[in-house]
Design a protein around this ligand. Structure first.
Ligand code: SF4
Length: 486
């Protein structure tokens, strides 16, 4: 497909808009593409107002739309944002005419968290106008708007309670036992050859440096999250030493501390006791599905019985805040499997349930071999997501955070549900870009929220383990510079 535009700086944004309708489109900017008769033209002019014109020509059929939006003035950044919105809307609506039956529940929204946008709009335009804009300007469906609205209400007191000098701490263990079919993370397999001692020594140093810098700047951690990979891939001894390090470097007393135990094939009573002894408050056990056939198909190397065993152990150790993750849209699954997974989850009575929608990212094995798998239709995934919502509500949970990723089935969303007293502060602070995040570990991303959230800067830790180990000191210097701008 050829894209012709007078605003090439919005190429990536326009591609995202086009891929809402044509997910596998290869889009060349202004290129001479022979034998391909589909062309999108997107033009923008600013003359007292923004006028955006989009036209989609395919197989002789022409679909076009002209969108006008008021010119708001203000800074260059604000002007660019409104220009981008106008041209994206024109492209969305031209394509909407070409594909009127396509399920696009979040309308033209791409690249921004709907809750963040809604909150910003409520602050600047007031609640009724914000809701109108979401509906009429961004074409968001009523059910999704209601979801975003509910989440914003649940989040409000938690966001308001964040102190100006507070931040979240992330500790990453990018190792797993096996690689899931859909995985696109830079997670490695832990094998006999893995030099875990070298990785952990660097991680301990990383934590020492980051925590000392935070102390110097008068910053205080408000929540802790250990994720991966699979943190429980560590032995009980390694986990003990790492948690000792976190607790001695940061003030963790009485703070929310989540460990994403993740896969039951790595969880033992001994490790759970180590976590409990170090004040971990919240554990995540992530089956993704409770159907053994699917678990085998996606390479999880554990069964649904392992999950049930593991969940019982987590409770027996005394954890009263336990999350479970499920994925809607896994290969070979339909509403029947989702129903079974939700029923099994419900029987275990978790405190939080996170319902993800399968995203087929380019770095995953699934992307490479997509044609070999029976993936459920977009409509089926939509129903599965809805079933997840109904089950969560039945369990007395509220939706409390949400994010969308590229390449998600049906352009849907991932939603975290929780009982009111188990809401994960870290997830909200992180997803809403409300607080800075000090990230430790290979591939982890430190984020600094500057100027009350008007600017967000990031320092990535190298994904490659050897480079991460080698660059601990220089990465910390970059991180220090970043936090100096706060
Ligand atoms: S557990 Fe997570 S990080 Fe590990 S392979 Fe599976 S998807 Fe990737």
């Amino acid at each position: 497909m050829k894209l012709i535009t007078n605003r090439p700086e919005f190429y990536n944004d326009l591609c995202e808009e086009i891929r809402l309708f044509l997910p596998r489109a290869e889009i060349a900017l202004d290129a001479e593409t022979e034998g391909d008769d589909s062309v999108i033209t997107a033009m923008l002019s600013a003359d007292g107002e923004f006028t955006a014109f989009a036209e989609y020509v395919c197989g002789g059929a022409v679909f076009s739309h002209t969108h006008r939006a008021p010119y708001r003035g203000g800074s260059e950044i604000v002007e660019k944002r409104y220009a981008k919105r106008a041209i994206k809307t024109a492209v969305f609506r031209a394509l909407r005419k070409a594909f009127p039956d396509k399920l696009i529940p979040w309308g033209s929204l791409t690249g921004i968290r709907p809750t963040r946008l809604l909150r910003e709009l409520i602050e600047t335009e007031g609640y009724p106008e914000a809701m109108r804009l979401m509906r009429e300007e961004f074409d968001v469906e009523e059910s999704k708007l209601s979801l975003a609205d509910k989440i914003c209400r649940v989040q409000a007191p938690i966001l308001e309670s964040a102190g100006p000098n507070e931040f979240g701490v992330y500790v990453g263990i990018p190792f797993c036992r096996t690689r899931c079919l859909y995985c696109s993370f830079a997670s490695q397999l832990r094998t006999k050859k893995t030099d875990m001692a070298a990785y952990l020594a660097a991680l301990h140093r990383d934590i020492e440096l980051g925590s000392a810098m935070a102390k110097d700047k008068g910053l205080a951690a408000r929540s802790f999250y250990m994720g991966g990979g699979t943190p429980t891939i560590l032995t009980a001894g390694e986990l003990d030493a790492l948690l000792d390090k976190v607790c001695s470097c940061y003030d963790t007393a009485g703070k929310e501390f989540t460990v994403e135990a993740g896969r039951p094939d790595t969880i033992t009573l001994e490790k759970l006791n180590v976590m409990k002894a170090h004040g971990v408050t919240r554990v995540s056990v992530n089956p993704q599905t409770m159907c053994d056939n699917t678990l085998r198909l996606v390479g999880r190397d554990h069964t649904s019985d392992d999950i049930i065993r593991c969940f019982g152990e987590v409770r027996s150790v005394g954890f009263d805040s336990v999350n479970m993750d499920l994925i809607a849209g896994l290969p070979g699954e339909t509403e029947t499997e989702m129903k079974a997974s939700l029923a099994a989850a419900e029987a275990l009575e978790p405190d939080c349930l996170t319902v993800h929608t399968l995203a087929i990212k380019r770095a995953s094995r699934l992307h490479e071999r997509m044609d070999e798998y029976a993936l459920p239709s977009v409509e089926t995934v939509e129903t599965m997501v809805e079933m997840g919502r109904e089950t969560a509500e039945k369990m007395g949970m509220l939706p409390y955070y949400m994010y969308r990723q590229k390449y998600m089935a049906g352009n849907l969303e991932n939603v975290g549900y929780s009982k009111p007293d188990s809401i994960c502060i870290y997830n909200i602070d992180m997803m809403e870009d409300a607080l800075s995040i000090m990230a430790h570990g290979a591939g982890a991303m430190t984020k600094c929220v500057i100027d009350g959230g008007r600017r967000i800067e990031r320092v990535p830790n190298p994904k490659d383990i050897a480079t991460y180990i080698e660059k601990i000191e220089s990465t910390n210097r970059a991180r220090e510079e970043l936090f100096g701008q706060k």
